[in-house]
Design a binder for this molecule. Structure first.
Ligand code: ATP
Length: 248
């Protein structure tokens, strides 16, 4: 079942077009990864999915219903959560206070603190520590936990590992995979890291200059790239010119 989708969306910043006829579907229990070079439009897709950007044309759908007109602050009750790249946890509040605010503001049927701590044991250990004294990985976990307390159907994550060192990245990637298995939440994950996309995603969406150039499973993208751009982006490549003639 398709939970969240964009259909033929054009998005502009002033007169500059950032997305061109972008379509994308997020199925239940699926991890979708958006990859592409700087400025390709990955964050703009997330912001359009959550309603922070308005599409000039095209539609946004939630379980098949047209929710194009709904604002970002109205999407929470549908079950869509978003962690922006800068994470935005309250620096002067403790881990527990940061989490408590999220549990109070969350949807009915969301998690209580005990459940959050069961999923993120490191946060239990740090519960009294102020946000700005946490490591990057711990802050990322607080941001993730805050987004997950209301048990969203879809969680949008903008480069969740970008500020982490290689070791921390690996452990958080493994944790994300485990969370996905346990919770069944669909993730849309923006990343520059191809290995991360290959490891976590069921579906990869390759972006170039505001357009989706290929969507497919990691295997499809890797073994059957749609064009030379995708082939070059995905792997070490040698391009050979050949003449194609009629077979004998
Ligand atoms: P990165 O990997 O560098 O984060 P991205 O693929 O997420 O890039 P976007 O941030 O979606 O790309 O940006 C797409 C295009 O829109 C870029 O050309 C960018 O300069 C432009 N853009 C993004 N946000 C704004 C804004 N608020 N105002 C004007 N232009 C913007």
């Amino acid at each position: 079942m398709t939970l969240l989708a964009l259909e033929n969306c054009d998005v502009f910043y002033d007169k500059a077009q950032a997305l061109h006829k972008v379509s994308l579907g997020v199925e239940a229990n699926e991890v979708v990864s958006l990859i592409g070079r700087n400025g390709a439009g990955k964050s703009t897709i997330l912001k359009t999915l959550i309603g922070l950007n308005r599409a000039a044309s095209g539609r946004r759908l939630w379980k098949g219903d047209d929710v194009t007109a709904l604002r970002a602050d109205q999407l929470g009750r549908l079950g869509i959560a978003y962690v922006p790249e800068d994470r935005r946890i309250f620096p002067n509040l403790s881990v527990e206070e940061n989490l408590r605010i999220a549990t109070l503001m969350g949807r009915q049927g969301g998690w209580n603190l005990a459940r959050v701590y069961d999923l993120f044991p490191v946060l239990r250990e740090r519960s009294a520590q102020p946000g700005d004294t946490l490591s990057g990985g711990e802050q990322q976990r607080v941001a993730l936990a805050r987004a997950l307390v209301s048990r969203p159907g879809v969680l949008l994550l903008d480069e969740p590992m970008s500020a982490l060192d290689a070791k921390l990245k690996k452990s958080l990637q493994a944790e994300l995979k485990k969370l996905h298995r346990e919770l069944g939440t669909s993730f849309v994950l923006v990343t520059h890291d191809l290995e991360e996309a290959m490891m976590l995603a069921d579906k990869i969406c390759v972006m170039r200059a505001g357009r989706v150039v290929q969507t497919g499973t990691p295997t499809e993208i890797y073994y059957r790239p749609a064009n030379m751009f995708v082939a070059g982006f995905i792997g070490e490549t040698n391009f050979l010119s050949v003449d194609v003639g009629a077979g004998s």
